[in-house]
Design a protein around this ligand. Sequence first.
Ligand code: 13P
Length: 250
Amino acid sequence: MRQPLVTGNWKMNGSKQSIADLLDGLKQGVGEVNSAELAVCPPAIYIPQVADSLANTPIKWGGQNLSVENQGAFTGEISGDMLTDFNARYVIVGHSERRSLYGETDTLVADKVAKALACGLTPILCVGELLSEREAEQTESVVNRQLDAVVAKIGIDTMAQVVVAYEPVWAIGTGKTATPEQAQDVHAFIRQRIAVQNVQVADGLRILYGGSMKADNAADLMAQPDIDGGLIGGASLKAVEFLAICKAAG
Ligand code: 13P
């Protein structure tokens, strides 16, 4: 059985006060969530606040990005070891905003996944196609290419330590969610691609959906057999909304 995981990607949002309020709301409500695991990924500067607030709670947290380097003269970067120094569990790797706005290539993303694992973090590897790629019927080839780069780097067995998030780029922040069927098709495709190399790893792989998931569409998405949770942007900034999504996950 795969335990559902619902992760909030706060992106570049929040303040000390709004984050304190959000964390209070999550801590108050987490007891009502059945089986899903909850995690939040704050902007790096708020990590100490989040780490302190969530210590001794069931809510995990992660980084939004990490460097491929260990330490040194890399201005503005944050290493995996720095994240684990604050007891991070997860780190998002290869989010489409990192790929498109900051030029992260499949190779760099694969290197970051390997680095996250080496630091003891669980990478949440994001994959997904642009609208133009979907329209050109390239969804599977794009997702396959993004996935293959990582499998080639870390090996199929190590994929057991990775969480995959399918985030169609056209659904991110647009209010245009993939239909449950569209999402399920790609999730099943991802699992199948892994299964041809290692059935056990494929069966255990948690594949999250991301892209305009909200309280009112979460249940239908989560009901799909290959959707094991969500990576939530906008709707993760409100405790009530995020908790409702977590409850829909299980
Ligand atoms: P939205 O939920 O705001 O569409 O963002 C999804 C996302 O990018 C999560 O990583």
